[in-house]
Design a protein around this ligand. Structure first.
Ligand SMILES: NC(=O)c1ccc[n+]([C@@H]2O[C@H](COP(=O)([O-])OP(=O)(O)OC[C@H]3O[C@@H](n4cnc5c(N)ncnc54)[C@H](O)[C@@H]3O)[C@@H](O)[C@H]2O)c1
Length: 450
């Protein structure tokens, strides 16, 4: 559905009227395209204090943007990465101000400010206070930046752990991700499946940066339309063979999506008792990425909510996710080195009137991720993460009443709704297993909060 307000604010009268009335003036976001696969402009790499994170500059060099440690002259940065890992005191926070303040205005439209922090220490409350302060700083800066610019905090114990997160955040694929904290912990290396896999991989076998999912199989539930359809497209673009699942009633749309992505259609109701068996039977060689996207809403205020509305939502959005995840992990259908990506929602983090059933189901998904992620990685070599979309333009949100829909679009730091592709980019990134146990909000920093 077209965002007429966004289009209006791009016209001369629209700019005039919205400025006079003090209304939001959202900037069009610069999303990934084959013609524009990277942010345009240099990357400024700054350090707060005297102790840089070892290997960070090299990691940034591999990110695709040329990093500069010194002044850029007349050039404006497309991104600023501030290494704040050594900040351990209020004095260190003064360094954050001294380092970032002079350059923050110069960041280009649709640019990025990424702060790299260290995990707060349970043994040093001064360091923990300073590192936690970075979170409040970044979340506030994200609300101030405007012009499609984003601010995020990556907490990482090493440059190696931070690198895959930085690659995503410093690319146009993260256009609708802002005001976020992503933890890039070092996890135990998954046990190799065989001796052959234990050997270091020759250069040619390393993941292709353009098609990181080449040779991999991905299952996407709810793929006949909306976000699921976009996920199928982006996973296929990244090289995966996509198995697109949706309810039998959606079979014609599902077949169309499967054909367009060169994949396979699997018409199955994910709530069926034998859904796991049917997925496993359709994937005799197993799968690398399991994307739980199917979801429904049945909104009513709790006092007026009949039991069938409650249980229908809990069944599709949570029970089927728990059941199929358990089955596909237990049977080894999700292969070692693979990834499970679930779909939560900002409503599940913040709560939303009229959506007690939906928010309960989506908060349940977050609980599943937090509990299962460490065990799934240790026992099965599989990462488990979630995306939490905010207000995304799909048929689900087209059904929302006009005024609430307009509020949903505007009440975030980027002043606009996300597109299905924004969620799909985050899912495709998580499908490569860069982090574990994370809930990545794709919400333009929804003012619903968390
Ligand atoms: N659109 C948003 O703003 C938004 C925000 C937060 C979270 N989400 C979540 O993102 C996911 C996709 O949302 P969307 O907006 O694309 O929704 P949508 O309604 O456009 O698409 C959902 C798809 O899931 C399928 N589906 C429903 N029940 C199923 C079942 N039992 N078995 C198999 N497939 C089933 C539907 O047929 C449909 O194709 C959902 O989990 C939703 O809760 C969406």
């Amino acid at each position: 559905m077209a965002d007429r307000y966004l289009s209006f604010t791009r016209t001369a009268p629209g700019r005039f009227v919205t400025r006079r009335l003090g209304l939001p003036q959202p900037a069009p976001l610069c999303r990934w395209s084959a013609e524009r696969p990277a942010l345009e402009g240099p990357l400024l790499h700054l350090t707060a204090g005297d102790t840089p994170l070892p290997g960070l500059h090299e990691a940034l060099t591999r990110s695709g943007l040329p990093p500069h440690a010194g002044p850029l002259g007349t050039q404006r940065p497309a991104a600023v990465v501030l290494d704040a890992t050594a900040v351990a005191s209020v004095t260190g926070l003064a360094d954050v101000h001294a380092t970032l303040h002079p350059v923050v205005r110069s960041v280009r439209d649709c640019g990025r400010v990424v702060v790299v922090g260290a995990p707060p220490s349970p043994a040093d409350h001064h360091q923990a206070a300073a590192q936690q302060a970075l979170e409040g700083f970044v979340r506030s800066l994200a609300k101030e930046l405007g012009r499609g610019r984003t601010a995020t905090l990556v907490r990482a114990p090493s440059a190696t752990a931070a690198e895959p997160v930085l690659r995503f955040l410093l690319s146009p694929k993260s256009a609708y991700v802002t005001g976020q904290v992503i933890e890039a912990q070092t996890e135990p290396e998954p046990e190799p499946e065989s001796e052959a896999e234990a050997k270091p991989k020759p250069e040619a076998e390393l993941p292709d940066p353009i098609r990181p999912l080449a040779g991999r199989t991905a299952l996407v539930t709810g793929a006949a339309r909306g976000i699921g359809e976009a996920v199928a497209h982006v996973l296929a673009r990244d090289g995966a063979h996509v198995v697109a699942l949706d309810v039998p009633a959606a079979a014609p749309d599902l077949a169309r999506v499967a054909e367009r992505v060169g994949g396979t259609a699997l018409p199955v109701d994910i709530t069926a008792d034998d859904a796991g068996e049917r997925v496993a039977a359709a994937l005799p060689d197993g799968l690398h990425a399991l994307v739980h996207n199917a979801g429904i809403t049945r909104d009513r205020r709790f006092a007026a909510m009949a039991a069938d509305r409650w249980s229908a939502v809990l069944e599709v959005n949570l029970a089927s996710v728990l059941r199929t995840t358990d089955f596909l992990l237990k049977t080894g259908t999700v292969r070692r080195g693979g990834a499970i990506v679930t779909t939560a929602s900002v409503a599940g983090l913040a709560g939303n009137a009229g959506q007690t059933n939906y928010a309960a189901s989506k908060a349940g998904v977050v609980g599943l991720v937090r509990s299962l992620a460490p065990r799934a990685l240790a026992e099965h070599g599989v990462t488990v993460n979630a995306v939490a979309p905010g207000f995304i333009e799909t048929r689900m949100t087209a059904a929302v009443p006009l005024l609430i829909r307009e509020a949903g679009r505007r009440l975030n730091s980027l002043g606009q709704a996300g597109r299905p592709v924004d969620v799909a980019e985050a899912v495709a990134w998580l499908a490569t297993g860069p982090v574990n146990g994370q809930v990545v909000r794709v919400c333009g920093q929804s003012l619903l909060g968390s």
